[in-house]
Write a protein that binds this ligand. Structure first.
Ligand SMILES: NC(=O)c1ccc[n+]([C@@H]2O[C@H](COP(=O)([O-])OP(=O)(O)OC[C@H]3O[C@@H](n4cnc5c(N)ncnc54)[C@H](OP(=O)(O)O)[C@@H]3O)[C@@H](O)[C@H]2O)c1
Length: 256
């Protein structure tokens, strides 16, 4: 079913992993997609892959860093020039430059994490809002993480920015309603490049304790992103949908 027929979606970090799967799902549902990322070669390969999907929508690419507000503006301007509308924004790109205790975190890496994960979400949403959504409405989907709901020994600061994304999702839902809906997805461990070091050597150990006994795929997240972009979720805003195979419902005391 073409539930996004003719709509236009901008997806940051759309050249691989979860962002690419979302672009594929949206295109299959009839949308035109604009994927943004830093590396042109990754974008070109993703575009070729997306065009293999049998669908009527166009696929465009923009080289843009999610942490640079002027590049967000350029991407949104280009999108409006190409299509004359912008209905869906997926704030999916993130960075994770620091592993370690909070008290050892240096300012440059703290600033980089906030700049991309937190301020990036505000900057891209602001551009989309001013260019199109304030007048015509739309849906914003923020890719957070279950890490924003729990404590982790290694990536506490990245997780803090993901917790902030969930809170800003509620705040923006309040500020942008009734025109735009703003929701988040909190994925658990998904088999992508970003998380390869975590899952590759330990997949059977990790899956054994999960209620659904497998790790997530980018398509698991894309299915939720399709729902949150479509009219099927038209009375849902400010929420975070956890997609984690049940990882966060494990009783306390269940060890590896
Ligand atoms: N994988 C997991 O287990 C997992 C779990 C929870 C949440 N998440 C979240 O899901 C989202 C996607 O992660 P993923 O696993 O799909 O990652 P991935 O496979 O590494 O893909 C990341 C994508 O983002 C782009 N990107 C990275 N930094 C960027 C920046 N500063 N500006 C613009 N684009 C940038 C990359 O392309 P370029 O390198 O060319 O820029 C690529 O297209 C992230 O927000 C991540 O925090 C992932």
């Amino acid at each position: 079913m073409n539930v996004l027929d003719g709509r236009v979606a901008v997806i940051t970090g759309g050249s691989r992993g979860i962002g690419l799967a979302i672009a594929r799902a949206y295109r299959s549902a009839g949308a035109h997609v604009v994927i943004a990322a830093r590396k042109p070669e990754g974008l070109a390969a993703a575009r070729t892959e997306l065009l293999r999907v049998e669908a009527s929508g166009d696929v465009r690419t923009v080289v843009a860093n999610a942490g640079e507000p002027d590049q967000a503006q350029r991407c949104v301007d280009q999108t409006m020039e190409w299509f004359g509308r912008l209905d869906i924004l997926v704030n999916n790109a993130a960075t994770n430059p620091y592993h370690g205790d909070l008290l050892d975190l240096d300012l440059p890496r703290a600033e980089k994490t906030v700049r991309v994960n937190q301020y990036g979400m505000i900057a891209w949403t602001s551009c989309a809002w001013k260019a199109a959504m304030a007048e015509h409405g739309g849906a914003v989907i923020n890719i957070a993480s279950v890490g924003g709901l729990i404590v982790d020994p290694h990536i506490g600061y990245y997780n803090a920015t993901k917790a902030a994304m969930m809170h800003m999702t509620r705040q923006l839902a309040y500020e942008l309603g009734p025109k735009a809906r703003v929701n988040a997805i909190a994925p658990g461990l998904i088999k992508t490049e970003l998380a390869r070091a975590v899952w590759e050597a330990r997949e059977s150990v990790l899956t054994a304790k999960l209620p659904l006994r497998r790790l997530g795929t980018p398509e698991d997240v894309a299915n939720a992103a399709l729902f949150l972009a479509s009219d099927a979720s038209s009375w849902i805003t400010g929420q975070t949908l956890v997609i984690d195979g049940g990882a966060t419902v494990l009783p306390i005391g269940v060890e590896e």
